[in-house]
Design a protein around this ligand. Sequence first.
Ligand code: ZN
Length: 313
Amino acid sequence: MINSWNIGSVRGIKLRIHWTFLPLLLWIFASAVSSGTTPTQAISSILSVVAIFGCILLHELGHAFAAQQFGIGTRDITLLPIGGVAALERIPRDPLQELWIASAGPLVNVAIAMIIFAIQIIGGLGNSAANNFLSSLMVVNVALVLFNLVPAFPMDGGRILRSLLAFRIRYERATAIAARTGQLCAVGFGILGLSSGNLLMLPLALFVYVAAGAENRMVQSQHAANASRTDAEPLQSNSRGFRWAGENEFRNDGGVPASLSIQSVAAWLTNQRRDHCKIVESGRVIGEVTRSQLASAIYRGLGGGPVSLLLAA
Ligand SMILES: [Zn+2]
């Protein structure tokens, strides 16, 4: 990805920083200087931003390490001005696993706040600059915990909400409720951002709104695809891969015939844990479709149509 830079890796997880960070740091520096502070103070405010994002990075590593316990890898962790994103290879369906992975991030910030508190008590730093710095870092970590516990699915609080619901009700229903709650929170973020002039809230609100809707559609369409598979034509496994009863065979190189239904291809991709595939007609690759394209087509009620429909659009 060209829009973020590699800054290292931990336990095989790539750490990246989004390019929008650079203007953010410049803006903080410029606004500090223009408000009459010395360059030294401006640099120290940049250092505190770096420390804050260090805490966000540790938060994301908390998620990633918790996921590793269940054999789920993390492709990378990207730091954005609105926070961090750990790209897990998959989201577990087991509510207990999702609960633990979602809670691990905020728990890291609880631990950091407690360690800072202990240092302040034992260190006896008094009213020094170091102590003020630690105090503000502790406040930031407490704020990170509270902010992440807002049930704004797919943020941590929303995932915790979905997992708690999924202990009692169907996963699809739990997701729908969590996504709707998340979108309500996103609208709240938007209003709060506009009324307080905190413009960084706006991209966050937009992200939560769109991502909650997308993940909900994904879960609902996977459910629909799985249901149609078990109701109608069962997948039969053979030594050469998967066969769709009554329809052409899926090719081993991941190509699927253009005449297959959107639902069938979605079910096959889910089954294969793939996120895209080639579409083949008369032995020729005529295009490619992604799982999210299939999911949104199913959501729009086009699941029964041929997958080639998506290429025409
Ligand atoms: Zn988190």
